[in-house]
Design a protein around this ligand. Sequence first.
Ligand code: E4P
Length: 223
Amino acid sequence: MKLFLDTANIDEIRQANEWGLLDGVTTNPSLVAKEMKKGASFKEIVSKILNETPGPVSIEVIASDYDSILKQALKISSLGGNAVVKVPFNTVGLKATKALDEKRIPVNSTLIFSGIQALFAAKAGAKYVSPFVGRLDDIAEDGMALIEQIKTIYTNYNMKTNILVASIRNPLHVLRSMLIGADVVTLPFDVLSKLPSHPKSDEGLSRFLEDWEKAFGSMEFPL
Ligand code: E4P
Protein backbone atom coordinates (compact mmCIF):
# COMPACT_ATOMS: atom_id res chain seq x y z
CA MET A 1 0.00 0.00 0.00
CA LYS A 2 1.54 3.26 -1.13
CA LEU A 3 0.67 6.53 0.59
CA PHE A 4 0.48 9.59 -1.65
CA LEU A 5 -0.29 13.11 -0.48
CA ASP A 6 -3.06 14.94 -2.36
CA THR A 7 -1.68 18.47 -2.27
CA ALA A 8 0.39 21.08 -4.07
CA ASN A 9 1.65 22.57 -0.80
CA ILE A 10 5.38 22.02 -0.36
CA ASP A 11 5.33 22.35 3.46
CA GLU A 12 2.79 19.52 3.74
CA ILE A 13 4.91 17.41 1.37
CA ARG A 14 8.08 18.04 3.42
CA GLN A 15 6.29 17.18 6.68
CA ALA A 16 4.91 13.88 5.34
CA ASN A 17 8.35 13.03 3.96
CA GLU A 18 9.96 13.67 7.37
CA TRP A 19 7.47 11.25 8.93
CA GLY A 20 8.55 8.61 6.38
CA LEU A 21 5.00 8.49 5.01
CA LEU A 22 5.45 9.94 1.52
CA ASP A 23 5.52 7.54 -1.43
CA GLY A 24 4.23 10.07 -3.96
CA VAL A 25 2.04 13.12 -4.58
CA THR A 26 -1.09 13.85 -6.58
CA THR A 27 -2.13 17.35 -7.58
CA ASN A 28 -5.10 18.67 -9.50
CA PRO A 29 -5.85 22.09 -11.07
CA SER A 30 -7.77 23.27 -7.97
CA LEU A 31 -4.87 22.41 -5.63
CA VAL A 32 -2.20 24.00 -7.87
CA ALA A 33 -4.32 27.14 -8.43
CA LYS A 34 -4.59 27.54 -4.64
CA GLU A 35 -0.77 27.59 -4.35
CA MET A 36 -0.34 29.85 -7.43
CA LYS A 37 -2.56 32.46 -5.74
CA LYS A 38 0.26 32.85 -3.17
CA GLY A 39 2.54 34.15 -5.95
CA ALA A 40 4.63 31.26 -7.37
CA SER A 41 4.38 30.15 -11.01
CA PHE A 42 3.01 26.77 -12.14
CA LYS A 43 6.51 25.68 -13.16
CA GLU A 44 8.08 26.74 -9.84
CA ILE A 45 5.44 24.88 -7.83
CA VAL A 46 5.50 21.61 -9.74
CA SER A 47 9.30 21.57 -10.16
CA LYS A 48 9.77 21.93 -6.40
CA ILE A 49 7.26 19.13 -5.75
CA LEU A 50 8.96 16.86 -8.31
CA ASN A 51 12.39 17.52 -6.73
CA GLU A 52 11.32 16.89 -3.16
CA THR A 53 9.06 13.87 -3.66
CA PRO A 54 10.73 10.45 -3.50
CA GLY A 55 8.21 8.92 -5.92
CA PRO A 56 5.67 9.66 -8.63
CA VAL A 57 3.96 13.06 -8.82
CA SER A 58 0.72 13.35 -10.80
CA ILE A 59 0.28 16.68 -12.58
CA GLU A 60 -2.94 17.29 -14.47
CA VAL A 61 -3.41 18.74 -17.96
CA ILE A 62 -5.92 21.59 -18.23
CA ALA A 63 -6.81 20.99 -21.89
CA SER A 64 -9.88 19.25 -23.29
CA ASP A 65 -8.92 18.62 -26.95
CA TYR A 66 -6.60 15.81 -27.98
CA ASP A 67 -3.74 17.88 -29.49
CA SER A 68 -3.55 20.25 -26.53
CA ILE A 69 -3.72 17.39 -24.00
CA LEU A 70 -0.77 15.77 -25.78
CA LYS A 71 1.24 19.02 -25.92
CA GLN A 72 0.67 19.74 -22.24
CA ALA A 73 1.43 16.12 -21.32
CA LEU A 74 4.81 16.25 -23.08
CA LYS A 75 5.69 19.48 -21.25
CA ILE A 76 4.66 18.01 -17.89
CA SER A 77 6.62 14.85 -18.56
CA SER A 78 9.77 16.83 -19.45
CA LEU A 79 9.81 18.42 -15.97
CA GLY A 80 11.09 15.33 -14.19
CA GLY A 81 11.58 11.58 -14.38
CA ASN A 82 8.95 11.07 -11.65
CA ALA A 83 6.22 13.09 -13.42
CA VAL A 84 2.95 11.26 -14.13
CA VAL A 85 0.48 12.97 -16.45
CA LYS A 86 -3.04 13.18 -15.04
CA VAL A 87 -5.62 12.98 -17.82
CA PRO A 88 -9.36 13.39 -17.13
CA PHE A 89 -11.36 10.32 -18.17
CA ASN A 90 -13.53 10.61 -21.30
CA THR A 91 -13.10 9.35 -24.87
CA VAL A 92 -10.62 12.14 -25.75
CA GLY A 93 -8.73 11.32 -22.56
CA LEU A 94 -8.69 7.63 -23.53
CA LYS A 95 -7.18 8.44 -26.93
CA ALA A 96 -4.53 10.63 -25.25
CA THR A 97 -3.82 7.92 -22.65
CA LYS A 98 -3.20 5.37 -25.42
CA ALA A 99 -0.86 7.75 -27.30
CA LEU A 100 1.07 8.64 -24.13
CA ASP A 101 1.38 4.99 -23.11
CA GLU A 102 2.84 4.26 -26.57
CA LYS A 103 5.47 6.94 -25.82
CA ARG A 104 6.09 5.27 -22.42
CA ILE A 105 4.74 8.33 -20.58
CA PRO A 106 2.88 7.21 -17.43
CA VAL A 107 -0.75 8.35 -17.17
CA ASN A 108 -3.04 8.71 -14.17
CA SER A 109 -6.59 8.47 -15.53
CA THR A 110 -8.60 10.72 -13.23
CA LEU A 111 -12.25 11.42 -12.42
CA ILE A 112 -13.16 7.73 -12.50
CA PHE A 113 -16.67 7.04 -11.19
CA SER A 114 -17.49 3.54 -12.53
CA GLY A 115 -15.94 0.11 -12.86
CA ILE A 116 -16.41 0.25 -16.64
CA GLN A 117 -14.47 3.52 -16.88
CA ALA A 118 -11.69 1.89 -14.83
CA LEU A 119 -11.56 -1.09 -17.19
CA PHE A 120 -11.45 1.19 -20.27
CA ALA A 121 -8.67 3.33 -18.75
CA ALA A 122 -6.64 0.17 -18.05
CA LYS A 123 -7.16 -1.06 -21.63
CA ALA A 124 -5.92 2.32 -22.95
CA GLY A 125 -2.71 1.82 -20.95
CA ALA A 126 -3.18 4.01 -17.85
CA LYS A 127 -0.58 3.31 -15.18
CA TYR A 128 -2.99 4.54 -12.45
CA VAL A 129 -6.75 5.03 -12.20
CA SER A 130 -8.14 7.54 -9.71
CA PRO A 131 -11.64 6.63 -8.53
CA PHE A 132 -13.11 9.47 -6.39
CA VAL A 133 -14.70 7.85 -3.35
CA GLY A 134 -15.61 10.98 -1.35
CA ARG A 135 -17.44 12.61 -4.24
CA LEU A 136 -19.56 9.44 -4.63
CA ASP A 137 -20.35 9.41 -0.90
CA ASP A 138 -21.37 13.08 -1.30
CA ILE A 139 -24.21 12.04 -3.63
CA ALA A 140 -25.31 9.12 -1.42
CA GLU A 141 -23.50 6.46 -3.48
CA ASP A 142 -21.04 4.05 -1.84
CA GLY A 143 -17.57 5.20 -2.90
CA MET A 144 -15.78 2.22 -1.38
CA ALA A 145 -18.07 -0.22 -3.24
CA LEU A 146 -16.53 1.19 -6.42
CA ILE A 147 -13.04 0.30 -5.17
CA GLU A 148 -14.22 -3.27 -4.50
CA GLN A 149 -15.67 -3.45 -8.04
CA ILE A 150 -12.47 -2.19 -9.68
CA LYS A 151 -10.36 -4.59 -7.62
CA THR A 152 -12.56 -7.51 -8.77
CA ILE A 153 -12.49 -6.39 -12.42
CA TYR A 154 -8.70 -5.96 -12.48
CA THR A 155 -8.21 -9.32 -10.75
CA ASN A 156 -10.63 -11.07 -13.17
CA TYR A 157 -8.75 -9.80 -16.21
CA ASN A 158 -5.25 -9.70 -14.73
CA MET A 159 -4.92 -5.96 -15.35
CA LYS A 160 -1.77 -4.29 -14.05
CA THR A 161 -3.12 -0.73 -13.70
CA ASN A 162 -2.72 0.59 -10.15
CA ILE A 163 -5.86 1.48 -8.21
CA LEU A 164 -5.19 4.90 -6.67
CA VAL A 165 -8.04 5.72 -4.29
CA ALA A 166 -8.75 9.46 -4.49
CA SER A 167 -11.10 11.99 -2.92
CA ILE A 168 -10.45 10.42 0.48
CA ARG A 169 -12.17 12.24 3.31
CA ASN A 170 -11.56 10.16 6.46
CA PRO A 171 -9.43 7.41 8.05
CA LEU A 172 -12.08 4.74 7.33
CA HIS A 173 -11.67 5.32 3.59
CA VAL A 174 -7.98 4.54 4.13
CA LEU A 175 -8.52 1.43 6.25
CA ARG A 176 -11.11 0.02 3.85
CA SER A 177 -8.77 0.68 0.89
CA MET A 178 -6.08 -1.33 2.66
CA LEU A 179 -8.48 -4.22 3.37
CA ILE A 180 -9.67 -4.29 -0.25
CA GLY A 181 -6.05 -4.29 -1.46
CA ALA A 182 -5.99 -1.00 -3.39
CA ASP A 183 -2.47 -0.13 -4.56
CA VAL A 184 -2.37 3.51 -3.48
CA VAL A 185 -4.35 5.97 -1.37
CA THR A 186 -3.91 9.68 -1.93
CA LEU A 187 -4.63 11.68 1.19
CA PRO A 188 -5.26 15.30 2.01
CA PHE A 189 -2.75 16.37 4.69
CA ASP A 190 -5.45 16.70 7.38
CA VAL A 191 -6.46 13.04 6.91
CA LEU A 192 -2.83 11.85 6.92
CA SER A 193 -2.18 13.76 10.18
CA LYS A 194 -5.10 12.00 11.90
CA LEU A 195 -3.93 8.48 11.02
CA PRO A 196 -0.99 7.96 13.44
CA SER A 197 -2.86 8.94 16.62
CA HIS A 198 -4.69 6.60 18.94
CA PRO A 199 -6.00 7.73 22.37
CA LYS A 200 -4.69 4.52 23.99
CA SER A 201 -1.17 5.24 22.67
CA ASP A 202 -1.25 8.74 24.21
CA GLU A 203 -2.76 7.47 27.46
CA GLY A 204 -0.21 4.62 27.71
CA LEU A 205 2.74 6.97 27.20
CA SER A 206 1.49 9.45 29.83
CA ARG A 207 1.06 6.63 32.34
CA PHE A 208 4.60 5.25 31.76
CA LEU A 209 6.14 8.69 32.26
CA GLU A 210 4.00 9.52 35.31
CA ASP A 211 4.95 6.19 36.97
CA TRP A 212 8.64 6.92 36.40
CA GLU A 213 8.39 10.43 37.83
CA LYS A 214 6.42 9.18 40.85
CA ALA A 215 9.06 6.52 41.56
CA PHE A 216 12.16 8.70 41.21
CA GLY A 217 10.91 12.30 41.46
CA SER A 218 12.72 13.25 38.27
CA MET A 219 12.89 12.38 34.58
CA GLU A 220 16.66 12.16 34.52
CA PHE A 221 17.74 9.23 32.35
CA PRO A 222 19.79 6.74 34.39
CA LEU A 223 22.37 5.85 31.71
C1 E4P B 1 -7.34 13.08 -6.98
O1 E4P B 1 -6.22 12.86 -7.34
C2 E4P B 1 -7.89 14.39 -6.63
O2 E4P B 1 -6.82 15.31 -6.55
C3 E4P B 1 -8.56 14.46 -5.27
O3 E4P B 1 -8.39 13.28 -4.53
C4 E4P B 1 -9.92 15.02 -5.30
O4 E4P B 1 -10.43 15.04 -4.00
P1 E4P B 1 -11.66 15.96 -3.54
O5 E4P B 1 -12.92 15.31 -3.97
O6 E4P B 1 -11.53 16.00 -2.04
O7 E4P B 1 -11.44 17.31 -4.18
